[in-house]
Ligand binder design. Sequence first.
Ligand SMILES: Nc1nc2c(ncn2[C@@H]2O[C@H](COP(=O)(O)OP(=O)(O)OP(=O)(O)O)[C@@H](O)[C@H]2O)c(=O)[nH]1
Ligand SMILES: [Mg+2]
Length: 303
Amino acid sequence: MTDRSNPPYRSGYVALLGKPNVGKSTLLNYIVGQKVSIVSNKPQTTRRRVVGISTTPTYQIAFIDTPGIHEPHTQLAKSMIEQARMSMGDANVIVFVADGSHHPGELDREVSKLLKRESTIPVVLCMNKMDLLKAEDVQRNLDAYRELLQMTDDDFMLTTATRGYNVDRLLEIIVSKLPEQAPLYPDDEFTDQSSRFLAAELIREQILIASRQEIPHAVAVMIDEWEEEGDLNRISASILVEKVSQRAILIGKQGQFLKKIGTEARLEIEKFTGKRAYLQLHVRVSEDWRMSPRILHELEYSD
Ligand SMILES: Nc1nc2c(ncn2[C@@H]2O[C@H](COP(=O)(O)OP(=O)(O)OP(=O)(O)O)[C@@H](O)[C@H]2O)c(=O)[nH]1
Ligand SMILES: [Mg+2]
């Protein structure tokens, strides 16, 4: 007789895949309960794979958040798509995340083509942004996404990641597809990223939130120094931009824009390190950083 009070432990890797801006990172942060992957309303926010770990008494999931699939025009974009593609091969389950409030578009078709190549890995459909979905479109959009994925079973869920709505039900479907095995990570670990990388991302997040037009895509952040002095972290970081005009925008009148970014980012860094932070930011012009394999490697955007 099987012991129902003691189900077998399940664990594994789950890749979150989809086009940009559908809510993959929002979903990950909600499940992990910490900000491990930055979020903004600008497409192509996530630039490399990020692992976020959720551990419970009955399962452990190592989610792999990936950059949104889009048409690559720069070396950075090529490396982003490559990161997403690589993540699929490592996964026990793939979650196709879509903006359920819209009918599938060209980029959703591109993602579904990528999925078909990994046809042995189970796919779960997450139709996110359900809060924006009109009642009369539910069936039509659901049918369209299921047809796109050639889905014959019921492995789908409509969610609102910003409020965590239906995320527990999505997790139930995912867990049922994980192998029975011991946890892969210690139970207090919640990400595979270094503190330096996460801090650089939290600075970039504030820039994405505060800026417009071409700035979000032209910016990268590099931590130059990180010194721990008791309960204080002294951090010095460079913000790379591509043009002198972008540098001027980021600094702002009398340095006000940069100061605001610094204050907001410092608070976020203090939240995850649990220590006070002293943050110094410098803006540097590096014309072709998005095209330079060496700089992309230094930024930890490529392997
Ligand atoms: N209304 C609504 N907005 C959402 C929902 N989930 C995420 N968002 C918003 O959608 C935007 C994009 O969210 P992200 O989590 O950064 O999306 P992503 O898929 O990781 O995007 P990339 O990293 O660019 O591929 C943010 O402004 C989120 O707040 C949702 O369920 N409903
Ligand atoms: Mg993201």
